[in-house]
Design a binder for this molecule. Structure first.
Ligand code: 5GP
Length: 191
């Protein structure tokens, strides 16, 4: 595939909507030819996360120097003092390997990518069936403190207001069904 044909597949959602599970499922479908866009972040590593696989974990100073050098496609202070962003070099890496980039990023970042590459981006908003289900999912993950869970839920409520700006809203009620729908959406967009 030539580099100009590379697309951007954005999956955005409030935490606890199941978007990460859907993105992992899509990455296993070799026919879709996707590679995960690894974001840079200044937050601390959690649980089993691996540097250079889940995120590029960098210091806030390094993050700020990338901002000054205009190295990001988009970046954001998602939570207080926790920066996240997509490096231009990351998208170029994926396209140069002849693949499409798939993103697991927050709602504002997802819309920024769609704004920058309107024709090359499929922006999917993943939604849990309700806020209560989202809360249960966040708690069962057991990786966040109570304070973080409350912060994430407040953010989730704000983010739901952006759903209509996405190309598609995918309700994740039954995971297996949402995964099949997601596959169909991506397949159609890249073909
Ligand atoms: P977490 O700390 O749970 O890994 O991620 C927190 C939030 O930041 C999630 O909504 C995640 O999707 C989002 N995020 C991850 N990478 C990026 C990025 O490159 N840019 C933006 N804007 N958000 C990101």
């Amino acid at each position: 595939m030539d580099i100009d044909k590379g697309k951007l597949i954005v999956f955005s959602a409030p935490s606890g909507s199941g978007k990460t599970t859907i993105v992992h499922h899509l990455l296993k479908q070799k026919n879709l030819n996707l590679d995960f866009s690894i974001s840079a972040t200044s937050r601390e590593k959690r649980g089993q996360e691996i540097d250079g696989k889940d995120y590029y974990f960098i210091s806030p100073e390094k993050f700020k120097s990338h901002i000054e050098q205009n190295d990001f496609v988009e970046w954001e202070e998602v939570y207080h003092d926790n920066f996240y962003g997509t490096l231009k070099s990351e998208v170029e890496r994926i396209w140069s390997e002849g693949k499409h980039a798939i993103f697991d990023i927050d709602v504002v970042g997802g819309l920024r990518i769609k704004d920058k590459f309107p024709d090359k981006t499929l922006a999917v908003f993943v939604k849990a069936p309700s806020i209560e289900v989202m809360e249960t999912r966040l708690r069962s993950r057991k990786t966040d403190s109570e304070e973080k869970i409350i912060e994430r839920l407040a953010k989730a409520e704000r983010e739901l207001a952006f759903a209509d700006k996405f190309d598609v809203i995918l309700v994740n009620d039954k995971l297996s069904e949402a995964q099949v729908k997601a596959e169909g959406l991506v397949e159609h967009f890249i073909s």
